[in-house]
Structure formats: structure tokens, C-alpha cells
Design a protein around this ligand. Structure first.
Ligand SMILES: N[C@@H](CCC(=O)N[C@@H](CS)C(=O)NCC(=O)O)C(=O)O
Length: 199
């Protein structure tokens, strides 16, 4: 199994976390951003969007961190990270969607601006961030994991860009339920940190 990876990417870290939780050995292919490998013809055959992560499982090629989480959970997770009931599955998908939309366009975008100097619509990214943080904090005030009573890929999809929020100059310390959930997540067996997680 090969993970096409960018070391500082929170999206790639979702996959690294999942592989670590599942104890799956894999090969890492770090994309050479200096030569824009992500835009090379060879890489665009794997992911026409020119983004990481991509997982190649013996010829089965999957792009998008959310899709890769679903693939790994259903193929190797033994129902642990992907429950059976329709209502919980629907809830998980709603959080994967939040990860790909509000988290990406809020905290992740602010981080890209402050860490990598990319121009953004600052007000829009800040408003989206504040709204999604409020919603997640309120949601977690009633429960210990985002869906059901055990960790799922919903938690994995949401976690990295909240742990990296400070790199986008977002202070999330006052969101007490997010803080408790973060600490709980970090104590899971085989949890894996990435550069930037510790302030
Ligand atoms: N929806 C995609 C987004 C992936 C994405 O934005 N990847 C970024 C790194 S976090 C990337 O590859 N950027 C390189 C580029 O756009 O040139 C996912 O969740 O995997």
C-alpha cells in the first residue's frame, strides 16, 4: 500500500492516523512540491485534482482523505470505525462532509494563509471557522465522540485541522468540549502526532 503524502498536510494526516490506528504497514511517497510533482502527468493520472492524499492499495487508487478513511475503515476496520446502523452511518457522512467543507474552508484555509502565505478571503474563513467551532463544541457538550459512543472516522476527519488551528491564528482554548474531546482523541492507542500539533 502506498500513501502519496505531503508531510505538513492535515488531510494527509487523517490517513496517517487511520493507518496507525489500524496497524497497517505502508509505503510513503512524499510529493516533491519543489518540482510541482502534484501537477505532473504521472500524478494527475492518480488524482486529476493534483492533490494529496492518494492511496494506492495494490492498484486500487483512491483520492480524497474522506474517501480513503471510508475505504480503510470498511476494508480493514472490522466495523470498529464504521458502525452498522443507518442513522450512525448518515451522521458519520455528515461529519465527513463538514470536514471537506467548513473545516477546509475555515480553519484549514486560515492555516494555509498564515503558514504558507496564500491569499484568502479572511473574513469568510474566519466566519466559517467561528460557526463550525461553535457547532462542534455544542455537539460535543452532549457526547464523548462525534458519533455514537466510540471513536469513528468522523473524529479522525475532524481532528487534524482543529489540532492545527493555532497555526491559523485561531484560539480554540475557550471551546471546552472540543478541548476535552481533543485530549480524549490524543490518548487513543496508536495515536500519531504531526509537526505543528504542539504549540
Ligand atoms: N478534498 C481533498 C483536499 C486535498 C487537499 O486540499 N490537499 C492539499 C494538501 S492539504 C494539496 O494536495 N495541495 C497541493 C496543491 O493543491 O497543489 C481531501 O480531503 O483529500
Amino acid at each position: 500500500m502506498i500513501l502519496y503524502n505531503i508531510a505538513l498536510s492535515g488531510n494527509c494526516h487523517k490517513v496517517r492516523l487511520m493507518l496507525s490506528f489500524l496497524g497497517i504497514e505502508f509505503e510513503i511517497h512524499d510529493l516533491d512540491l519543489g518540482t510541482s510533482e502534484q501537477s505532473s502527468d504521472a500524478y494527475l493520472k492518480l488524482n486529476p485534482f493534483g492533490q494529496a492524499p492518494v492511496l494506492d492499495d495494490n492498484g486500487t487508487v483512491i483520492r480524497d482523505s474522506q474517501a480513503i478513511l471510508v475505504y480503510l475503515a470498511t476494508k480493514f476496520g472490522d466495523k470498529k470505525w464504521w458502525p452498522e446502523s443507518s442513522d450512525e452511518l448518515a451522521e458519520i457522512i455528515s461529519w465527513l462532509s463538514t470536514a471537506a467543507n467548513e473545516i477546509q474552508n475555515g480553519p484549514a484555509r486560515l492555516r494555509v494563509h498564515y503558514k504558507f502565505g496564500r491569499p484568502i478571503d479572511f473574513k469568510q474563513a474566519t466566519d466559517i471557522s467561528n460557526k463550525v467551532l461553535r457547532i462542534i463544541d455544542t455537539h460535543l457538550s452532549q457526547r464523548i465522540w462525534l458519533v455514537g459512543n466510540k471513536p469513528t472516522i468522523a473524529d479522525i476527519a475532524i481532528y487534524p485541522y482543529l489540532a492545527l488551528a493555532h497555526e491559523g491564528h485561531l484560539d480554540i482554548s475557550s471551546y471546552e468540549h472540543i478541548q476535552t474531546w481533543k485530549t480524549r482523541f490524543e490518548s487513543l492507542p496508536n495515536y500519531l502526532a504531526m509537526p505543528g500539533f504542539s504549540e
